[in-house]
Design a protein around this ligand. Structure first.
Ligand SMILES: [Ca+2]
Ligand SMILES: [Ca+2]
Ligand SMILES: [Ca+2]
Ligand SMILES: [Ca+2]
Length: 469
């Protein structure tokens, strides 16, 4: 055929073009009623597992707000009730939730608070935990996996073997980054009620709350790892060692042989365990910087064997720690420590941190001794935000020198965007600069967390003008 070569060329071009258009983004929306091939919001897959089955390394799976269950896909067409079903995220895949999706004019509008995207293990009878998925989210192998913007809940790892008795919320065997996720109300018969993880990970801007482990690591269990980081996370109300006959550790976090692990700008609060180590149990080396560790019982810290550094942090209202333990710890510097009995040359204090009790958690009140009392020298280069994603280093005592505070929160007036604590013209300049930014991931002025700085955010800024609360 005379045109066959040209025809083939054109066909290849069409294929290449369509590949370049579609490769990378796969759409999921339980409300979509189009062709269901995942090519757009209108034609999105209705079931997340359909997208995860075809996603390859480099792809981004965008998921609209709604509740998704792991025991259904288009092939099954119905909920199978299979407790072994999970959302399995493959090598190199990015999974993002919080999108508006097909029911909105701008399907790509993203706000994980406005469009909560829930991965629920509550299959079978609704509200009955006994027939739930063992692990809601899994990774089997691979690296460069990213999960962002989901609530992961309802996992019940009460099975008969190790792989079904760990990691109720997430059972992870891959190098992974998790951000803007809430892992809550999951259970494991043995370890890692919220998350069980066997590889390097970065966890940031996330919450691990109300998870339970029958043995160790109510919130998070990390058996063997190097260099992982937890940044700007809330780890609270987790519980471990609830099963009779087991001797477990770590109500909030269990780290076994974890070296060069860091926890920064995080709140570790209200965790419980039967044995010492209600907040953290670790073996290895752990550096905790700018954290607020409160109301954990009993003894908040338990060190199996290893080195521990605590900088610019507040440790308050926990079951009092055995003071003799601190003698072995090389570095608690610039910390606010209840019942502090050691060396003030390290700039540690033992004064009431003055938490804001007005329903705002553990932010500091004006006049707190922890304001501008941390050590900026110990800040990591990328430690630029506090737990509320506000600017990390602010001149909270108005002495002309911006210094980091102790704890997870930096004192400043609400709405502040720069190093002077009040909201003035200089803050407006920060807003104006971010208004013109095309990529607003991490913009300070994105008050409503929708990855955009617009007039909605301006209204928030204006409401704080010269008002400090
Ligand atoms: Ca159920
Ligand atoms: Ca400060
Ligand atoms: Ca300011
Ligand atoms: Ca915004």
């Amino acid at each position: 055929m005379r045109f066959s070569a040209l025809f083939r060329y054109v066909l290849l071009m069409i294929v290449a073009f369509s590949f370049s258009v579609h490769a990378g983004i796969i759409y999921v929306d339980g409300e979509a009623d189009g062709s269901g091939d995942g090519s757009s919001w209108a034609n999105a897959y209705m079931h997340l597992n359909d997208a995860l089955a075809v996603a390859v390394s480099g792809d981004e799976v965008r998921t609209a707000g709604g509740v998704y269950y792991p025991d259904i896909n288009s092939a099954s067409g119905t909920h199978t009730g299979d407790r072994l079903s999970s959302f399995v995220v493959g090598n190199g895949v990015t999974l993002v939730g919080g999108y508006a999706g097909s029911q909105y004019a701008d399907g790509d509008y993203r706000n994980f608070e406005l469009h909560p995207t829930v991965l629920s293990g509550d299959i079978g009878a609704s509200g009955d935990l006994s027939d739930n998925s063992y692990s809601v989210v899994k990774t089997v192998s691979g690296q460069n996996i990213r999960i962002e913007g989901f609530t992961i809940t309802g996992g019940n790892a009460n099975g008969e073997n190790l792989s079904t008795r760990r990691g109720g919320g997430m059972y992870l065997n891959s190098r992974i980054t998790i951000s803007n996720c809430t892992i809550t109300n999951n259970y494991a018969f043995l370890d890692g009620g919220g998350i069980y993880l066997s590889s390097y990970f970065e966890l940031f801007d996330s919450a691990i709350t109300d998870n339970i482990a029958g043995r160790s690591g109510g919130g998070l269990y990390l058996p063997n790892d190097h260099g992982s980081r937890i940044t700007r996370c809330r780890i609270s109300r987790n519980q471990s060692e609830t099963n009779e006959g087991y001797f477990g550790y770590g109500g909030g976090i269990y780290l076994g042989n974890a070296y060069y692990m860091t926890i920064t700008d995080s709140l570790i609060a209200d965790n419980r365990s039967k044995n010492p180590g209600s907040a953290i149990r670790f073996t290895g080396s752990l550096m905790v910087i700018n954290c607020t560790i409160v109301n954990n019982h009993p003894e908040w810290l338990n060190i199996g064997n290893g080195n521990f550094w605590l900088h610019s942090s507040i440790v308050w209202g926990n079951t009092p720690i055995d003071d003799s333990l601190w003698g072995d710890i090389p570095g608690a510097w610039n910390c606010c420590l209840q019942n502090n009995t050691f060396d003030e040359q390290r700039c540690n204090i033992s004064e009431d941190p003055q938490f804001d009790s007005d329903g705002k958690g553990y932010r500091l009140l004006a006049g707190s001794p922890c304001i501008d009392a941390g050590l900026s020298l110990f800040l990591f280069e990328d430690q630029t935000r506090d737990l509320d994603k506000r600017l990390r280093v602010v001149d909270g005592d108005y002495n002309g020198q911006p210094t980091v505070d102790m704890g997870a929160y930096e004192y400043a007036c609400a709405g502040n965007l720069d190093v002077t604590p009040t909201v003035t013209m200089t803050d407006f300049a920060v807003f104006a600069a971010e208004l013109q930014s095309t990529d607003c991931t991490g913009c300070l002025a994105d008050f409503n967390h929708d990855y955009r700085v617009d007039m909605t955010d301006f209204a928030v800024l204006a409401s704080y003008w010269l008002v400090c609360n």
